[in-house]
Ligand binder design. Structure first.
Ligand SMILES: Cc1cc2nc3c(=O)[nH]c(=O)nc-3n(C[C@H](O)[C@H](O)[C@H](O)COP(=O)(O)OP(=O)(O)OC[C@H]3O[C@@H](n4cnc5c(N)ncnc54)[C@H](O)[C@@H]3O)c2cc1C
Length: 816
């Protein structure tokens, strides 16, 4: 082998499971040549060979739904193209709801799926039995039929993708394990194997459950952990045939399908068992795990009740295989942060077969263009942070994340496991004030505050949850008096150096060449004008800026700046998040309150909007920044951590005279939606241009050297009448609670969906933001003359739409 072993390739793909083979196939289809795929054992010998092969298209997010839908279409044609059978059967699938809440969740999901063109129908329990006569249906309250869903033989699909790739010139080499990734100056330049090194222009890691260890070896964060994953296969049963639909049965944490005249019954038990936490055996190849009958017995029994004939039929095989799971049940895909030309795709959470086609296509396009072809932030590797890779954290969280797919997806649902990773220095203080915490990027953050004897716990439901009244009090306090938000979780990045201004000016849409003390609201764009980050940037000194961005974007923002910085530049980014607590004081009384506790003048003349300065409060010194994400007058206080408790205590004591309220992230969210302030990853992302997001005003078009994305925006401005724009909505009916991802109809046609939503207590109804796409262009006039409907599950609500903020359109309150 060593003679013919390549020394160079354009792309090296590591791992020959369905994901690696799919990326190789799709890159080759894009016309790429000189691709080498290395597999440590044999093609499909990791997790792929033993998967159940369900291709069910309704997933948790739009991007994952689209990837699954693409896979479905690809797999049905792959046999004809490659000559390799795939076992594809268009059998359809049926989702079963055993209670009203699950039915509501499914109706909401099905409405969204229809807006992406995925056919589905609500059917009665009786109709379920017509489709699958052996099914017990008396406990069902609703069911949903997806007639186009299908199933495949995963090992065969993997072989078909490998064959298709080979036919297009890809070289697949088995029995070669990659031990290292060669890196030079922050760039991947090849791989190391026992057979020798291969120099490469791009490296793509698709190592499945081996990803965590490989990532640690090469210094890249790949937080995933293998867990036991089960199905059983019954003895043959008369009358079964391959057109029987897949049954997805969340109430019994199970799914079922026909398998060669038998039943395959699979499990997503709510408390899972991590596997091989100390490392996967080197010899692992087409292996399975000894099943834990005792642990699984109650789950088997409960699942069998759906097909009672199984109680009288023998079990031919009880199969346990490992699959990798991630902390948030979303896979790890895209460009690795901090290492140029290194891509990853692994951690597929038992969705690798149904996602494999789409993931391969998106990854190939991403590698070819350097920019993702669609918004996949929910699975983007750059959402993750170092703490996610902690072994104990992974082991504890994976216990919960395996089963999550089949549990209730309540609005605002919080994880139960692996909590309390990061606490602000004010945590105990706000806990004592009644905070109900939610988690973001490992931080415990107050989402809302309990009142009096109320317990600070979520009671989940659709519609108004138990914190609805608390939320109203907090929301109105900020509009009418003053509220304090504990926002220490916000990422704070110091960008320093001689070249800091030049680099930031190239990256940011706004002009950052501003005097010291000025705050600039800006975005980072990709070459297509898509929004990669949304942040504020404060000039602290001639060679020092403070960037503030939501906690979950910290890795992405830091990596983005580092990508634009060469080794010759004098520009260093330092994450100082932990060094500063942040209290955000918002509301018309905020000026008087801050004047009462600080030795400074907070008047309009002395402290104008979008400026920041160091002020003293007692013995403490803090940076006060006059900005507003609530739409009201207010200041963000960045306080050195060791001084934060003292300032907090002083603020709260003085605040009694001003009716100061503790307010949580739910209130901040509804306040900003009323004011039509966008949130990155919800209302804009890499595939939404700045003009579509309605933030063109941040651009300094003529600054010397321009900015990344400027040409794309100018081209769009010239050729387009903006067919797609972010629009604000308020429901006419004050009762419903929108959450996001609801279809939007304009004059009876589906034109988009909501991207964020909440209850707007000032406007008196649910408010939302969402993209509208119309061939004739989205203009004020067209909006004024159109009827808008927002759908939720099977209900339709009339909505008022606007391109200008419905609350304080001129923005005078924050500048008052
Ligand atoms: C019981 C069970 C049922 C499932 N059912 C379904 C289903 O119905 N639908 C669905 O969509 N998904 C299902 N899955 C999940 C699906 O099997 C996986 O998500 C998918 O196979 C993952 O593919 P992969 O390519 O990422 O990983 P793998 O198939 O594990 O491939 C990774 C490959 O990389 C190789 N490799 C690792 N490290 C190196 C290295 N350093 N050098 C060279 N090669 C390396 C490995 O040998 C392996 O072959 C199921 C999983 C299980 C366990």
């Amino acid at each position: 082998m060593s003679e013919s072993f390549p020394a160079h390739a354009r792309v090296v793909i590591v791992g020959g499971g369905i994901i690696g083979c799919s990326i190789a196939y799709h890159l080759a289809r894009l016309g790429w040549r000189d691709i080498v795929l290395l597999e440590r054992k044999q093609i499909s010998s990791g997790t792929t060979w033993h998967a159940a092969g369900l291709i069910t298209t309704l997933r948790d997010s739009e991007s994952q739904t689209r990837l699954a839908n693409y896979s479905l279409k690809l797999y049905q044609d792959l046999e004809a193209e490659t000559g390799q059978a795939t076992g594809f059967v268009r059998c359809g699938s049926v989702q079963l709801a055993m209670d009203g809440d699950k039915a509501e969740e499914m109706r909401r999901g099905c409405a969204m799926a229809r807006s992406y063109g995925i056919e589905n129908y609500e059917i009665s329990p009786r109709e379920v039995q017509d489709l699958f006569p052996l099914a017990y249906v008396d406990d069902l309250v609703a069911a949903f039929h997806f007639p186009n869903d299908g199933r495949v033989n995963p090992a065969d699909v993997c072989q078909a993708l490998a064959r298709g790739a080979r036919q297009l010139g890809v070289r697949i080499i088995e029995q070669v394990c990659v031990t290292d990734v060669l890196q030079e100056r922050g760039r991947a330049v090849g791989v190391v194997t026992p057979e020798g090194a291969i120099k490469a222009e791009q490296v793509v890691l698709c190592p499945g459950m081996w990803g965590h260890a490989l990532g640690r070896a090469i210094g890249v964060n790949l937080p995933l952990q293998a867990a036991e994953h089960y199905y059983l296969i019954s003895e043959p049963i008369d009358g079964l045939h391959n057109q029987l639909p897949i049954l997805r049965d969340p109430g019994r944490a199970a799914y079922a399908r026909e398998e060669a005249g038998k039943i395959l019954l699979g499990f997503f038990e709510p408390v899972a068992a991590p596997w091989a936490v100390d490392g996967i055996p080197e010899s692992f190849c087409f292996d399975e795990i000894q099943p834990d009958w005792e642990r699984m017995e109650p789950h088997i029994e409960r699942a069998m009740q759906r097909l009672p004939i199984l109680f009288d039929t023998g079990i031919r095989q009880f199969f346990c295989g490992p699959e990798s799971f991630t902390p948030d049940h979303n896979y790890l895909m895209g460009k690795a942060p901090f290492v140029d030309r290194l891509y990853v795709a692994c951690g597929f959470n038992s969705l690798g077969i149904l996602s494999g086609g789409g993931a391969g296509q998106v990854m190939a396009q991403w590698i070819a263009d350097g920019v993702q072809p669609m918004d996949v932030w929910d699975v983007d590797i750059r959402r993750l942070q170092p703490h996610h890779n902690n072994r104990r954290y992974l082991r504890d969280r994976i216990v919960e994340s395996l089963g999550i797919a089949y549990q209730m997806h309540w609005p605002h649902r919080q994880w139960d496991t692996a909590r309390d990773v990061k606490r602000s220095v004010l945590h105990d203080r706000v806990a004592a004030a009644g905070a109900c915490f939610g988690e973001s990027a490992g931080w415990e953050r107050p989402n809302w505050y309990a009142a009096g004897a109320q317990s600070p716990r979520y009671v989940y439901s659709f519609g108004r949850q138990n914190w609805f009244d608390n939320h109203r009090t907090e929301h109105l306090a900020v509009r009418e008096a003053v509220g304090v938000f504990e926002q220490s979780s916000f990422a704070k990045l110091l960008v320093q150096g001689r070249d800091a201004e030049r680099i930031l000016n190239r990256v940011a849409t706004a002009n950052v060449a501003v005097p010291t003390g000025r705050i600039v609201y800006t975005q980072f764009l990709n070459q297509r004008g898509g929004v990669e980050a949304d942040l504020t940037l404060t000039r602290l000194a001639s060679e020092r800026y403070l960037l503030v961005t939501p906690a979950f974007t910290a890795t992405h923002v830091e990596a983005w700046i580092s990508e634009q910085t060469s080794s010759e530049d004098s520009c260093v980014v330092t994450d100082v998040t932990a060094a500063y607590a942040m209290l955000n004081v918002q509301g018309p009384a905020s000026r008087d309150l801050l004047n009462a506790i600080c030795e400074a003048d907070f008047s309009n003349a002395a402290f104008p909007f979008a400026t920041a300065r160091w002020v003293e409060s007692g013995y403490q010194r803090l940076l006060a920044a006059r900005v507003s994400y609530s739409g009201e007058l207010g200041w963000e206080l960045y306080i050195p951590s060791e001084m934060a408790v003292q300032v907090y205590d002083r603020l709260v004591t003085a605040g009694r005279a001003f009716d100061l309220r503790h307010c949580g992230y739910h209130a901040l969210n509804s306040l900003r939606i009323e004011r039509a302030f966008r949130e990155w990853a919800h209302d804009m992302g890499p595939c939404d241009t700045l003009l579509e997001a309605g933030l063109g005003f941040t651009c300094h078009w003529d600054k010397p050297g321009g900015f990344i994305g400027r040409d794309a925006l100018l081209a769009q401005r010239e050729r387009d009448i903006l067919r797609r724009r972010l629009v604000q909505f308020v429901l006419e009916d004050p009762e419903p609670v929108l959450v996001h991802a609801e279809p939007v109809l304009c004059n009876g046609e589906r034109v988009g969906e909501t991207t964020s939503a909440g209850y707007g207590h000032t406007l008196g109804a649910s408010v939302a933001l969402g993209y509208v796409t119309l061939e004739q262009g989205v203009t004020d006039e067209m909006i004024a003359h159109s009827d808008f409907i927002i759908e939720q599950a099977d209900r339709s609500y009339r909505a008022r739409a606007s391109l200008r903020p419905l609350y304080d359109p001129s923005g005078t309150r924050a500048r008052s």
